[in-house]
Design a protein around this ligand. Structure first.
Ligand code: GLU
Length: 444
């Protein structure tokens, strides 16, 4: 199988584009086939080198490699012109002769958008001759066969007056020249397919098979947008998702079963992935599920690996002992600092509500007792086990609920009620620093 990923470098690679890339990659790797990368850079304003680099960078980060390319569509323009000339010579395409005046008159008479075979187009544009009445069949591996009757089709414009190819013409030539056997792309390209089939027909070659991937929806069933927390690959990276988790999640999306919560390694996915089994219903992108899955992947890392990833992510060092007690509570790398930054930066969070709730008269009295119990522990006995015993004794003596003692301590240490386990937090901060923070809270 020869497949291709053909992004338009108009900005970052979004989650939908990443899914398309991944499914092509699965097909290539699973079949021992070839993945071609083609950069559809004909929009010269938006196809900047930076945008191209963003796409390449996103693919690299997702660990999706390709076998041929990147091929620049623009650099193939002389080939497009050559094929255009061939079709003109064979009278399979023709130049429209209408003048601008004709176009205006036609539009005034028929309305601007009414399709009509041979409708005048700006002078010199090239149209492909559509056969009178034939049936064209799109073989779609996901959606089955769809038949188009050419009688309903307009003669498509395939090149501008200056000879530059229009999109659907260029794509068909490029896919044909690259000997693509399967075109796997988003459903938004479905309407392009008949035009591309007409080009294959004019070239006298068999079209590839197609697989149009269903649209991505948010959990509310609406077309996916930023509002759903859907993001570019770069943003997902900044938010601390792991490439393996994203690959796993995007693969599950294709199964179309939102409740399938399965960890499947990439190797296994490559073996199991079957494009013909991708659901044709819209897939629901659910960032909560991605977070959950990512958390599972984070917990598969060794402490050293996770520490290294977090140190890179935060740009800080010396995180290991804190990572050890926080790792159960984070789902992305970005969750770490809000949860554990107080170890390093102090209780800087201004969580006024937490202070009000837990450091009132009762809370301060409990905190005072806790301080006494903690201060009674020797420096080298300041362990999770000893702290546990000491604080539970305070709870008992005060005839309080555990949280009536633990939460004031937590707020004193962290500035908020969110932190790793309280005994672990105390042990990692150490006796001196813990007492210093408690004193500051009692004094404040
Ligand atoms: N360049 C198109 C896009 O980024 C893809 C075209 C195709 O796959 O045929 O949406």
């Amino acid at each position: 199988m020869r497949v291709r990923f053909a992004p338009s470098p108009t900005g970052a690679l979004h989650i939908g584009g990443a899914r398309t890339a991944l499914y092509n990659w699965f097909v290539a790797r699973g079949s021992g086939g070839t993945l071609v990368l083609r950069i559809e850079d004909t929009d010269r304003e938006r196809s900047t080198p930076e945008n191209v680099e963003q796409i390449l960078d996103a693919l690299r980060w997702l660990e999706l490699d390709y076998d041929e390319g990147p091929i620049s569509q623009v650099e193939r323009s002389s080939r497009h012109a050559e094929v255009l000339q061939q079709l003109l010579d064979q009278d399979l395409a023709y130049r429209t002769t209408a003048t601008a005046e004709d176009v205006k008159a036609y539009k005034a008479q028929h309305g601007a958008d009414k399709g009509f075979r041979g409708r005048p187009e700006a002078e010199g544009a090239v149209r492909l001759r559509v056969p009178e009445d034939e049936e064209l069949v799109v073989h779609d591996l996901i959606r089955g066969d769809t038949t188009f009757r050419t009688v309903h089709l307009d003669d498509p414009v395939i090149a501008r007056a200056d000879g530059t190819a229009l999109y659907n013409f260029a794509v068909a030539i490029d896919d044909h020249d690259a000997r693509i056997t399967h075109v796997i792309r988003g459903e938004d390209h479905l309407s392009n397919t008949p035009k591309q089939l007409l080009v294959y027909r004019a070239l006298g070659v068999d079209p590839p098979a197609f697989a149009h991937l269903p649209l991505l929806h948010g959990p509310d069933g609406k077309k996916l947008s930023k509002r759903h927390g859907a993001a570019s690959v770069q943003e997902l990276r900044a938010e601390g998702y792991l490439p393996a988790a994203i690959r796993n999640y995007l693969a599950l999306l294709g199964w179309g079963d939102a409740d399938d919560e399965t960890i499947i390694t990439t190797d296994e996915l490559v073996k199991r992935f079957d494009i013909t089994r991708v659901s044709k219903n819209p897939a629901r992108f659910d960032v909560q599920k991605l977070r959950w899955l990512n958390g599972r992947y984070l917990r598969e890392l060794s402490l050293d690996e996770l520490t290294a990833a977090l140190e890179e992510h935060t740009g800080r060092t010396g995180l290991r002992s804190v990572v050890e007690i926080s790792c159960e509570k984070i789902q992305t790398l970005a969750d770490f600092w809000p949860l554990a930054g107080f170890f390093f930066d102090g209780p800087t969070t201004t969580d006024a509500k937490a202070r009000e709730q837990w450091l009132g008269d009762d809370g301060r009295a409990a905190l005072g007792d806790a301080r006494g119990a903690l201060a009674a522990l020797p420096e080298d006995g300041f362990t999770v086990e000893e702290i546990d015993v000491a604080l539970r004794a305070v709870v008992q003596a005060r005839e309080a609920k555990p949280k009536q003692v633990f939460q004031p301590v937590r707020v004193a240490l962290a500035g908020t009620t969110v932190s790793p386990g309280i005994f672990e937090t105390l042990a990692v901060l150490g006796r001196d620093e813990s007492l210093r923070r408690i004193d500051a809270a009692l004094g404040g």
